[in-house]
Design a protein around this ligand. Sequence first.
Ligand code: ATP
Ligand code: MG
Length: 346
Amino acid sequence: MNQQLQTILKTIEGNENISIEEKEVLINAVKKADYELTITAFKLERTEKVKRTTAILLEETIEELEQKRKAIEETNAALQQSLENLKATQSQLIQSEKMASLGELTAGIAHEIQNPLNFVNNFSEVSNELIDEMNEELDKGDFEEAKFIASDIKQNLEKINHHGKRADNIVKGMLQHSRSSSGTKEPTDINALADEYLRLAYHGLRAKDKSFNAELITDFDKSIGKVNMIPQDMGRVILNLITNAFYAVNEKKQRDINFKPIVSVSTKSLGNHISISVSDNGDGIPEKVKDKIFQPFFTTKPTGQGTGLGLSMSYDIVTKGHGGELQVTTKEGEGTTFIINLRIND
Ligand SMILES: Nc1ncnc2c1ncn2[C@@H]1O[C@H](COP(=O)(O)OP(=O)(O)OP(=O)(O)O)[C@@H](O)[C@H]1O
Ligand SMILES: [Mg+2]
């Protein structure tokens, strides 16, 4: 029993002035109080125990959470790392795709440069001879004839300059193609860009396979003027589409020697937007393949021949890079047309 209550009990028992009946009532009251006190103490102890268990549980939970937080942090770091790896691989892929397409273009570029070079060589030789002739006329005192020859030489020099510039443009275009994109839009002569790539791609293919022939049809809308775009990027899109078109007609030609391949490139000004289309009369794209052609790495080329990145990159350049659309219409056995739509006031 509680000590204070024991003291009270003793005091009551020892008190002569209280009657036995009254003592009994008081002692019972004290005993009841003691009983209740014991229960309260017991309850208190139990609460205390619950409190301690809860504290331990709470500590464990906090520790567990901390471990989970650390694990998440580690996963995040790993994810970040693989994202960076992925980005690096992606840019490597883009670069190697660019270099591969440059390789394909090399033969075409050589062919295209050969023409202006021939002109430059011929006209400079002829001009050299003309200068001798002019000197002879001057010696003879025939200034009239000498002046006539001089104007011929001037015309020749203009031609040399014109063809020299053309070769210069081809080399510049090639360098631009292999450089990473400037990422900035600039007013671009889209007709010239499309024409250049069509010729380069065609001669590139012919250099590899002399038997290959195709009719090239161009229909450029001269009213287009210069349109704002990232020329390297749009050049790559057009090159991809043209390369695909040549590949498609070439495949068909392998099966049918009487087949006449046609690849056409056209541009059109349509008010607030322009369209650039590349068509071929190849085998077309089967319906179940059509849904996948814009997916990265999708290719129907034999293993090792295509990366399957051509169209997915083209799609990104047109839509994300230029806010445009890249559409395809195709008919099995008859051919395919890819259309790029670009708004022009961007
Ligand atoms: N003009 C087309 N005619 C028929 N099929 C086409 C044409 N253009 C694309 N395709 C189909 O779309 C697929 C994907 O084209 P994409 O340009 O993305 O890759 P690829 O040409 O196969 O490979 P890469 O461009 O890397 O050489 C091609 O494999 C082909 O099946
Ligand atoms: Mg391709």
